[in-house]
Design a protein around this ligand. Structure first.
Ligand SMILES: Cc1ncc(C[n+]2csc(CCOP(=O)(O)OP(=O)(O)O)c2C)c(N)n1
Length: 391
């Protein structure tokens, strides 16, 4: 049964300039309606759901504070862009997502001026945003470039190669690290542990309420008290040394579902940044939809489903076994008699069947995070030393 939610406020927002006519106090309702519309649309089309639900408030806040499309918004991967599509002139086609002739499931330049960069592969957003920012700088245009990148995508080398060059953008580059402590599978590696330490530091937990008080004070005074704003951003910086060493001004972690925190921090960054800024935002994948919040993959990708029960329409089953399962099980069996076989995946244990191998041979199974060039060269090193890696 198709379920279309009541969305009286969202009905008035066709494009972000409509959104910017609303009072900040209306944005909570707008975000709730945007979330309901996203769930409803994906229940009809299937597609990526959890990531979009996690960025509903962020999407609302970015379009409210920044002057899109002149300020360029670059979504990493692009699988979280359905709420963005709904408020950038494409709501009338949102139930055609991923169908022939319909909307793309990712950002797509030919689809909208609000999609300045096409994606689907991860970890390109900071490099691309840097390009937009530097082009504006050379042309003397004021527009900023905002990259929104997930903690999973942040594990790829390209993100660091881009940050290492970010000074070239001056204050036109804003990177928003959307940290939901999930990739498709749980995230792995040292960076993930580092982000967890930043987020779980006692200062962050203690400061959450303080930060919201400061945010309220700032939202009234933000245009007049730049020095206070500076103090605010600094006061909320709990660490972020890694990013600061790479030349960013680090702000965070902040609650990515709390518009009273998001809006003043984004306004502050928009108006007061002196160089590249990284805003560390903490969100929950699948936020606001109980079946997604409760599922292990947070409804990363779904087929059509029933909105009320969350039950996915997976069909009768009984078809041929999935390729990756045959692959993973066969490899695991071969590895019983061949101690040189090992398996490597780049953040796709389920999608590649490496999860099956890993269950049988955990010591010879490696999830390297989203880091394909490392995965392949790591495999080459293993092979050169006599192993038989499957990458
Ligand atoms: C280069 C590359 N590797 C792997 C993928 C498959 N993939 C798509 S989304 C995703 C997880 C991304 O995690 P994160 O950046 O944390 O975003 P989230 O889904 O949690 O919002 C992966 C591994 C991809 N799109 N591109």
């Amino acid at each position: 049964m198709t379920h279309s939610p009541d969305t009286p406020l969202l009905d008035t927002v066709k494009v972000p300039s409509d959104l910017r006519n609303l009072a900040a106090s209306q944005l909570r309702q707008l975000a709730d309606e945007l979330r309901a519309e996203t769930i409803s649309a994906v229940s009809v089309t299937g597609g990526h759901l959890g990531a979009g639900l996690g960025v509903v408030e962020l999407t609302t806040a970015i379009h409210y504070v920044f002057n899109t499309p002149d300020d360029r918004l670059v979504w990493d991967v692009g699988h979280q862009c359905y709420p963005h599509k709904i408020i950038t002139g494409r709501r009338d086609r949102i139930r055609t997502l991923r169908t022939g002739g319909g909307l793309s499931g990712f950002t797509k330049r030919s689809e909208s001026e609000y999609d300045p960069f096409g994606a689907a592969h991860s970890s390109t957003s900071i490099s691309a945003a840097l390009g937009f920012a530097v082009a504006n700088k050379i042309a003397g245009k004021p527009g900023k470039a905002i990259a929104v990148i997930g903690d999973g995508s942040m594990s790829a080398g390209m993100a660091y190669e881009a940050m290492n060059n970010a000074q070239a953008a001056g204050n036109r580059l804003v990177v928003i690290l959307n940290d939901n402590d999930m990739s498709i599978a749980p995230p792995v590696g040292g960076l993930s542990a580092y982000l967890s330490r930043l987020v779980s530091s006692s200062e962050y937990l203690g400061l959450r309420s303080l930060a919201s008080k400061l945010a309220k004070r700032l939202s009234r005074r933000i245009y007049t008290a730049a020095s206070k704003a500076e103090e605010f951003a600094r006061g909320m910086a709990m660490g972020g040394t890694l990013f600061e060493e790479l030349g960013f001004y680090y702000v965070g972690p902040i609650d990515g579902h709390n518009l009273d925190q998001l809006i003043p921090v984004l306004e502050n960054v928009r108006d007061n940044a002196e160089g590249p800024v990284l805003i560390h935002v903490v969100t929950q994948k699948g936020k606001g939809y109980a079946p997604a919040e409760a599922s292990a993959d947070k409804y990363h990708g779904v087929v059509k489903f029933d909105v009320v029960t969350g039950k996915q329409d997976k069909g009768p089953g009984g078809g041929p076994p999935a390729y990756q399962n045959v692959f993973g099980e066969t490899l695991a069996k071969l590895a019983e008699t061949d101690p040189k076989i090992c398996a490597i995946t780049a953040a796709m244990p389920g999608g590649t069947g490496v999860d099956k191998f890993s269950a049988a041979h955990p010591e010879r199974s490696f999830d390297v995070g989203i880091a394909e060039q490392h995965a392949v060269t790591f495999a080459a090193g293993l092979a050169a030393q006599g192993m038989r890696p499957f990458c």
